[in-house]
Ligand binder design. Structure first.
Ligand code: L34
Length: 290
């Protein structure tokens, strides 16, 4: 079994970006500038956004963190987004999800200028992705593709089973794995809560991407020998023995599935850091596409 080390791979990607940023500086050009909008005080969101700001500092990007109160109105949030759209200094920005209940995430996503949508969540970018046109790819799915690529995992002609159909992971992932691309060309099965005979399907999978948000859902009896497993799940579970008071669990029962897998991502240290590295790649691209 080979561990797909997202931490190490994301570090490699960040090193490469650092070199490209230094080249921009040497040419007297402006460095990429990413803004992140954080609404409310969801503990996980704070951790992820802080990690994004830190990654910007590491690669040499400018960053701006915009913290807004949980009770901000949808209108006021959209006004903030308009300001970011019109601020020429900002090359790309994200609005960290989830948003508070009273705010319509789709409405907010659609207010983001597609040319600054480094999360790749805007319908224009998602549509371009489907058509294989240049666009921002959603950070988590893109991070997974980069992980497969850097470990040279053969995907062509393989059966890839995606668990979960979310807008930000499962659905775009299924499209990326099926597209005509060196790290695509899979036969994809997208499964969800209404799927019948799930175990039969996962047992025939060469590659499984678990993104359903149910802790330790994928067990050893559901997979075949030699399977490649990508665990997107990251749930905080109470654990008094930890200083933080919680531990992180993925959607895969790692201890048993890793016994049968040829490659597998850990949680933490797998997909999470790759999401951040991909956001950095997209932000660099935002400048190049200008
Ligand atoms: N707009 N919302 C927007 N864009 C995104 O790309 C995200 N996502 C997801 C949630 N909401 C979003 C993230 O940033 C998930 N996500 C994310 C990013 C980073 C990490 C996990 C999820 C990460 O760095 N995880 C670390 C552990 C961090 C910890 O200690 O909690 C890891 O090693 O997996």
């Amino acid at each position: 079994m080979v561990l797909l080390d997202g931490k190490k791979t994301s570090q490699e990607i960040k090193e490469e970006l650092k070199i490209k940023v230094n080249q921009l500086l040497a040419e007297g050009k402006k460095v990429p500038h990413l803004a992140a909008v954080l609404v409310g005080d969801n503990g996980a969101s704070i951790t992820y956004v802080n990690a994004k700001v830190k990654a910007c500092e590491y690669v040499g990007f400018d960053s701006t963190l915009i913290k807004l109160p949980a009770d901000i109105s949808e209108d006021d949030l959209i006004k903030k987004i308009d300001q970011l759209n019109n601020n020429d200094d900002i090359d790309g920005y994200i609005v960290q999800l989830p948003l508070p209940e009273h705010i319509d995430e789709l409405k907010v996503t659609m207010a983001i200028s597609p040319s600054k949508d480094v999360d790749g969540f805007h319908p224009e970018n998602l549509g371009k992705m489907v058509l294989n046109l240049p666009c921002f790819l959603p950070a988590t799915p893109y991070g997974i593709v980069q992980l497969l690529e850097r470990y040279k995992i053969e995907t062509s002609g393989k059966h890839c089973v995606v668990l979960g159909r979310s807008h930000i992971v499962g659905s775009p992932m299924s499209i990326l794995m099926a597209r005509k691309h060196p790290y695509g060309n899979c036969t994809v099965t997208l499964t969800h809560s209404r799927t019948k005979n799930l175990k039969e399907i996962t047992k025939s999978a060469d590659i499984i991407i678990a993104a359903l948000g149910k802790t330790e859902f994928l067990t050893a009896d559901m997979v075949k020998e030699g399977v490649v497993v990508i665990d997107v799940g990251i749930t905080r579970v109470k654990d008094e023995t930890k200083k933080s008071g919680f531990k992180l669990l993925g959607d895969v029962k790692f201890d048993e599935v890793s016994q049968k897998a040829s490659y597998i991502t850990p949680v933490p240290g797998g997909v999470g850091p790759m999401t951040i590295a991909s956001l950095m790649v997209n932000t660099f691209k935002a400048v190049e596409m200008k």
